[in-house]
Design a binder for this molecule. Structure first.
Ligand SMILES: Nc1ncnc2c1ncn2[C@@H]1O[C@H](COP(=O)(O)OP(=O)(O)OP(=O)(O)O)[C@@H](O)[C@H]1O
Ligand SMILES: [Mg+2]
Length: 572
């Protein structure tokens, strides 16, 4: 058996674990538990309650290129299972001591087969209630070179834990357990997707993430995307699945970055758990030994679809959710002060939490109705202004309690969104150049410029090919006339070639608009009258993404009456 090739599929314990978990899912398991010893190197056991393997198929399961999952090349094109190569168990069996115990429903007992460094044992009767248990011991015992590449036990365990999380996140309806060196690390019953995300990524993500749900004729996207305030300094919390399989894909990553561009500071990264479903015939999953990359037949369409789906989900419009009377009060948000402390935690994700609790509780219960008796019954989401604080904040009262608004941040967002809307409605105005700019270009750039001529025009560019290696820029987008036109055109052409459409201009334009908005917005220390403040509150309710300013900071926070009561230790 070829141990070098095996190294590609199972280059470390985490890779072996991923393969075993995928096999359990392919076998229809409803419950999977994993027992690791010494980072998975010493021992790795995966126990499932799936459909098991027939006795006569056992040697085949361990043979290279034998799979029960596809029968023809056509099947490979539409592979709906996670496995399709028939390589994983053979690879693991060639670099470890492997044993499989399995029992199909109709059998009177289980069967066991073992494999050590590629040599199969005889098949023997064994005891097992149902399903399959795969036991892998002493990974790489016969390949010292590979063993040398392993990191510390803690590191290898952390990687296994991550592989486990990726799989567990993708199947919330399946129960999962994980233990390391005899200690239980995690145990998850069948759950709702949001509860599973909370178990693996934390309450602060799951409690505030917005739901993404979009469908077109051939694509479907569903999952959770972090609220703009919840960001990470790295890309760790980005989980993308294509047809149920975790992948890293640069087309989709780019679409997501763009969807967040407007609400995220540039050195922060969004967090998400997103599932893309696509006709298997339109995606090639066999491009990477660990199947962690895919190739889309029509990557442009996928890019557009994901970008729009996530942008829409993020552009939470305030005030459009009806306040239901008589609703059950929502449980306190996870960011609410701990029972022991009395200082409210004003963390960044509060606005979204506040939306949710506000809409759930709001005017619903009598107590609130009494307390806000001076307010009209149909109270707007952000309530009515009471006063201005130190020239910086607006204090307002709404059905849930006290609202504090950062006046400048809020106004900045309002101005910015309205500038964008005005421009989006029209074609970008174009400014002819007195002296056209000649620029040297690659044949690809020239080809792209010619085939996307009308699209370039709608962006405000007038570009013509004037030689085999020369483009002439005759007009540029008016708003961006002061920028480096050649550089701009190059990025636009590159993006068009790669992603089918370019948002470079829109992004540059938005950066400019954002600067303009910042200057145009009300500065601190400007006294506002109560009607002016109320007008601002009403505008916020009407504005998309009004929960955060252009840099992702919150524009307002909510203090519920319970939170205030707690501050004053009332009702204890
Ligand atoms: N936990 C399990 N329950 C039931 N059958 C299993 C299980 N694990 C493996 N098998 C069977 O063993 C075969 C070989 O598994 P293996 O992982 O090597 O290949 P595969 O899943 O078909 O393809 P890939 O190499 O892409 O994972 C599978 O096709 C399946 O029939
Ligand atoms: Mg497999």
């Amino acid at each position: 058996m070829n141990q070098i090739a095996a190294g590609e599929v199972v280059d470390r314990p985490a890779a072996a674990l991923k393969e075993l978990l995928e096999n359990s899912l392919d076998a229809g398991a409803r419950s999977v538990s994993v027992e690791l010893t010494e980072g998975g190197v010493r021992r790795m056991r995966v126990i499932d309650d799936g459909h098991g393997i027939e006795r006569e198929d056992l040697p085949l399961a361990l043979a290279r290129f034998a799979t029960s999952k596809i029968a023809s090349l056509e099947d490979l094109e539409r592979a709906a299972t996670l496995g399709f190569r028939g390589e994983a168990l053979a690879s693991i069996g060639s670099v470890a001591r492997l044993a499989i115990v399995t029992r199909r429903g109709e059998e009177r007992h289980a069967w066991r087969i073992a494999c050590e460094a590629g040599n199969l044992s005889a098949i023997e009767p064994a005891a097992l209630a149902s399903g399959t248990t795969v036991d892998v011991e002493d990974l790489y015992f016969n390949t010292p070179a590979r063993r040398k590449f392993l990191k510390s036990e803690a590191t290898e365990f952390a990687r296994c834990d991550e592989a486990f999380a990726r799989i567990a996140l993708s199947r919330p309806a399946v129960a999962f357990g994980l233990s390391h060196n005899g200690r239980r690390v995690s145990h998850m019953p069948p759950q709702e997707p949001r509860a599973r995300a909370a178990a693996l990524l934390g309450d602060d993500f799951a409690g505030t993430a917005v739901e993404v749900r979009a469908e077109s004729a051939r694509l479907r996207l569903a999952g959770l995307a972090a609220a703009p305030g919840f960001t990470r300094p790295n890309r760790d919390a980005q989980y993308l699945y294509v047809n149920g399989r975790f992948v890293r894909d640069k087309v989709i990553a780019h679409a997501l970055r763009e969807a967040y561009a407007d609400v995220l500071h540039h050195d922060r990264h969004p967090a998400y758990v997103l599932f893309l479903e696509i006709d298997p015939a339109l995606v090639d999953v066999n491009v990477h030994p660990a199947k962690s990359e895919v190739r889309f037949r029509e990557s442009n369409a996928v890019h557009q679809f994901v970008f729009h789906a996530v942008s829409r989900a993020l552009a939470l419009k305030m005030g459009t959710h009806p306040v239901s009377r008589g609703a059950e009060p929502a449980p306190p948000p996870s960011s609410s002060p701990r029972e022991t402390g009395y200082v409210p935690v004003l963390n960044l994700q509060q606005p979204t939490v506040a939306y949710e609790t506000m809409f759930a509780t709001a005017v619903a219960d009598e107590r609130n109705a009494l307390r806000s008796s001076e307010m009209p019954s149909a109270s707007p989401a952000l309530g009515y202004a009471l006063a201005q604080l130190q020239g910086v904040y607006i204090l307002a009262q709404n059905a849930a309690g006290l609202v504090i608004v950062d006046m400048h941040a809020a106004h900045e967002r309002i101005v910015y969104e309205s500038l964008k809307a005005q421009l989006d409605a029209a074609v970008l105005p174009s400014q002819p150049l007195l002296v056209p700019i000649a620029m040297t270009a690659t044949p690809e750039e020239i080809e792209q410029a010619q085939s996307a001529r009308s699209e370039l025009e709608s962006l405000g560019f007038d570009v013509a090919a004037t030689g085999p290696r020369e483009l002439l820029i005759r007009a540029v987008p008016t708003l961006l006339a002061d920028l480096d036109s050649q550089g701009l055109l190059r990025s636009v052409l590159r993006e068009m070639a790669e992603f089918g459409a370019s948002r470079v201009l829109v992004e540059r334009r938005n950066e400019l608009l954002s600067t303009m908005a910042c200057h145009a917005a009300i500065r601190a220390n400007r006294a506002l009258t109560i009607p002016e403040m109320n007008a601002l509150l009403r505008q916020m309710e009407e504005t998309e993404r009004a929960g955060s300013c252009n840099h992702g900071r919150p524009t307002w926070v909510q203090f519920g009456m319970q939170e205030l009561d707690r501050l004053f230790m009332r009702g204890r």
